[in-house]
Design a protein around this ligand. Structure first.
Ligand code: SGN
Ligand code: CA
Length: 514
């Protein structure tokens, strides 16, 4: 009897070991340019880069609706927003839906999520969860636990999320394979890093994008309506931590009471002595503004540098914490049988067009970083240049675990491409639909299609089309919609768009696209 039990026990373990574990790490607003495996000009991220070195870098990974909650709903459903219902950040995700983590559970996996959730309803399908309420806090973050209570944890968000994820790994049921989601808050706005990284980054000078000083003249209504300009919309006191006292006598820069309150709420959470030390570093910014009183382009020049200094300092901490998780896998003999995926929820403007934030179908915000490591399955140092999309995440994870991908999922499994069995994905155009206009940064609703060479966008509430040639104009500055030479391409792309809308069953806005 004991022998039989031992046999059953060990065979359960070996069966469990055959099925891979999956760790999916997603940071908030982490642009590919802020990962050195993609771009070495801004920051060195040796730990995230390890995934590319030992695995695969996806150079053309895109989202379907460049905004937080919707990407997260797509992650767990494998569906476009109109199908999973989560069209914008204000929607409440219907947690009774069948989702990817639920299917993992049904197939004997242990499932867990720690960090940012942002779907308004509580997670389902996870055996364990600990989530940040809403956007969460950088310092001493609060977490909602499965019991429904909210507890404050001492420390910096990225460290605490990793601590909690590692704690879960330590206490998990070792007989089952696992699916673990680690969702960081950083480097989301208001870009607050730990002291050691603020010290490292506050004096760095970053290269300016060639479109930093671009203006909206000659562009469409959507460009005119957006409120995501670093010069006009990024806040000195909250986003860039300038002490209000340096701005009070300056009529052009004087903060309102809400900004002063925001500044105080950020700094009041930082414990001493760090608070004093961090304030001291940021004093340089206030003094500079007081002495030089820059405006227009000159002010933008400074704001851009300060934005990148703070953003990259947050990324440095994310990278350190990815390293901690990879070390844990090494030390616990888990590296070989674990598929590790790193993504950001979408791209992020780092000064291109003079902007911050995301939302647009332009490549800067539609592209999301994606790196994967799966020893023995993915060849180290490989690069995947197929156009992949957020609808593919769930099918890929299920397929990697040998679980059938349900028909309701709209994406493709990337496993054949990851394991060298397929070089070209059987899909040549990506569909995109953004909805959240009347909220932050006022980017108009749009639908569109991205092909390998051309991109067509339709801002349907104002009836304006944009067509870009991604080969000759990768920064998407010249709208070719009125170019006589491009009318044939316009019609072809329009047909592709109609086809994709049929394929994915999206009928909003109703009627023909004129
Ligand atoms: C907050 C930010 C916005 C950001 C949204 C959505 N403003 O409202 O800049 O676009 O979140 O971000 S802030 O003043 O509160 O920082 S998302 O990543 O959750 O989609
Ligand atoms: Ca985000």
């Amino acid at each position: 009897m004991r022998l039989l039990f031992l046999f059953l026990f060990t065979s359960t373990i070996s069966f469990a070991q055959q099925r891979p574990n999956i760790i999916y790490i997603m940071s908030d607003d982490h642009d590919a340019d802020a990962i050195s495996a993609y771009n070495k000009k801004f920051i060195s991220t040796p730990n995230i880069d390890r995934l590319a070195k030992e695995g695969m870098l996806f150079t053309k990974n895109f989202v379907a609706n460049s905004i937080c909650g919707p990407v997260r709903a797509t992650l767990i459903t494998g569906q476009h927003s109109h199908k999973n219902g989560m069209k914008d950040n204000r929607t409440r995700f219907d947690s009774s839906k069948l989702t990817m983590p639920k299917i993992f559970q049904q197939n004997g996996y242990q499932t867990a999520i720690v960090g940012k959730w942002h779907l308004q309803s509580y997670p389902t399908g996870y055996d364990y969860w600990k989530i940040l309420p809403g956007q969460g806090l950088y310092v001493d973050p609060r977490f909602i636990s499965m019991r429904g209570d909210t507890t404050t944890y001492k420390g910096y968000a990225t460290d605490v999320i990793s601590d909690e994820a590692i704690k879960w790994l330590d206490n998990r049921d070792m007989t089952k394979p696992f699916l673990l989601h680690i969702h960081h808050k950083a480097p989301h706005r208001y870009f607050l890093a730990p002291l050691k990284y603020i010290e490292q980054y506050h004096s760095k000078i970053f290269p300016e994008p060639s479109t930093l000083y671009a203006d909206t003249a000659g562009h469409g209504t959507a460009w005119r309506l957006q409120t995501m300009s670093i010069l006009h919309d990024m806040k000195l006191c909250s986003d860039l931590k300038v002490d209000p006292k340096y701005l009070m006598d300056n009529p052009a820069l004087k903060p309102d009471s809400a900004q002063i309150a925001y500044y105080n709420s950020i700094f009041n959470r930082i414990p001493e002595p760090e608070r004093r030390q961090i304030k001291k570093i940021y004093e340089e910014r206030g003094k500079l503004l007081q002495q030089l009183n820059p405006s227009g382009k000159e002010l933008l020049k400074y704001k851009y540098q300060w934005y990148l200094q703070d953003y990259m300092a947050c990324v440095a901490s994310v990278d350190e914490n990815v390293g901690r998780v990879l070390d844990y896998l090494d030390k616990n003999n888990l590296t070989k049988n674990t598929l590790v995926i790193y993504t950001g929820d979408q791209g992020m403007y780092l000064g291109e067009n003079g902007w911050f934030d995301k939302r647009w179908m332009y490549d800067v915000s539609m592209q999301a970083p994606m790196l994967m490591r799966w020893p023995g399955k993915i060849k180290s140092g490989s690069v995947n240049t197929n156009m992949t999309q957020s609808i593919d995440y769930a099918p890929t994870m299920l397929d990697a675990a040998g679980i059938k991908v349900p028909d309701f999922m709209q994406g493709l499994s990337l496993v054949p491409g990851m394991t060298g069995k397929q070089t070209i994905l059987p899909r040549h155009n990506l569909y995109y639909h953004f909805y959240e206009f009347k909220a932050d940064h006022t980017v108009l609703q749009h639908v569109g299609v991205r092909g390998e060479r051309y991109k067509l966008i339709y801002f349907y509430t104002v009836g304006e089309w944009e067509l870009y040639d991604l080969k000759t104009d990768p920064q998407e500055q010249t709208n070719l919609i009125r170019s006589a030479a491009h009318q044939k391409i316009f019609l072809q792309m329009k047909q592709e768009l109609v086809k994709l809308r049929d394929k994915y069953d999206d009928h909003e806005p109703a009627g023909e696209l004129h």
